[in-house]
Design a protein around this ligand. Structure first.
Ligand SMILES: [Zn+2]
Length: 282
């Protein structure tokens, strides 16, 4: 079985603050170890059911060089490097186009604007006030599930901050969900230790691989991604991207025959819309 694991960092074990999310932060090195531990636990769970599984891990947070390759389970391969469109037009899911039987989203968070959400945002915190997928507000996990769906890949498991469960259940009743911490507010949570969360992640991944009734299949269909930006100038820059439609003063849209194509267009527009060249995209 081929498994693609998309990995973010805000929903990893013990991560509650921006200080842990960027290389210049004091908590970053420790957070890299926590994140790598979470991913290894998921890999162990997959391998407990399918010892010959072909596993690709997509490092999908910020600079996208967070997971410690020398500590990653030797059965996995790692997609590393920045998400500029010339590198990774599918951003967190780059690599899935080479084929997968099942997908997972590990270490995730809720969408921008979620009341009390821990480190809540949608892709680019300074740019996206709200993202709508086919007319409904959506977070990164739902968008990724739609892109997985373009390639016929079901979403079997999600892990992250406790309030994310409610967000994903609004569109996905079946995927295994593992909470790594109980959210208290935007930068605080009641955290379990890595050994405790790793046991849950391993068990959850085993169930997700074994029990195909947990697999959520997003349809492969015409997809519209609409974005409200925080400022007019951001939207003005986004609509310079060929194929992007201006919907309002601060709203642009990407529409395409598949979610993957709509996503590539959306992501190119986002990288053009940012206020300055983001260091994490270099
Ligand atoms: Zn992130």
């Amino acid at each position: 079985m081929k498994v693609f694991i998309a990995v973010d960092m805000e929903g990893a074990t013990g991560v509650v603050h921006n200080d842990q999310l960027m290389p210049e932060g004091r908590g970053y090195a420790a957070a890299q170890r926590l994140l790598t531990g979470d991913v290894n636990a998921v890999i162990n769970g997959i391998l407990s059911i399918d010892p010959t599984a072909d596993i690709v891990v997509g490092d999908g947070h910020g600079i996208m060089r967070n997971i410690l390759l020398d500590q990653l389970h030797p059965s996995a391969r790692l997609v590393v490097g920045s998400a500029k469109p010339s590198n990774k037009p599918l951003c967190q899911l780059e690599g899935v186009q080479f084929g997968a039987d099942v997908g997972m989203c590990i270490g995730y968070h809720t969408m921008a604007g979620t009341p009390g959400g821990l480190l809540a945002h949608t892709y680019v915190g300074s740019l996206i006030r709200e993202l709508r997928l086919n007319g409904r507000p959506a977070g990164e996990v739902e968008v990724n599930a739609a892109v997985f769906g373009s390639y016929g890949v079901p979403l079997a498991m999600v892990s992250g901050n406790s309030e994310l469960e409610q967000e994903i259940r609004s569109w996905n009743p079946s995927s295994v969900f593992v909470s790594t911490k109980q959210t208290l507010g935007p930068t605080a949570a009641i955290c379990m230790t890595p050994s405790a969360t790793q046991a849950l992640l391993e068990k959850g991944a085993a169930k997700a691989i074994q029990d195909q009734s947990t697999w959520h299949r997003s349809p492969n269909r015409v997809t519209r991604i609409e974005v409200d930006t925080y400022r007019r100038e951001q939207c003005q820059r986004a609509v310079l991207c060929e194929g992007i439609e201006q919907v309002g003063e601060m709203t642009f849209a990407a529409e395409a025959p598949t979610a993957a194509d709509a996503f590539r267009l959306f992501w190119r527009a986002c990288t053009m819309a940012m206020d300055e060249q983001a260091v994490w995209l270099s």
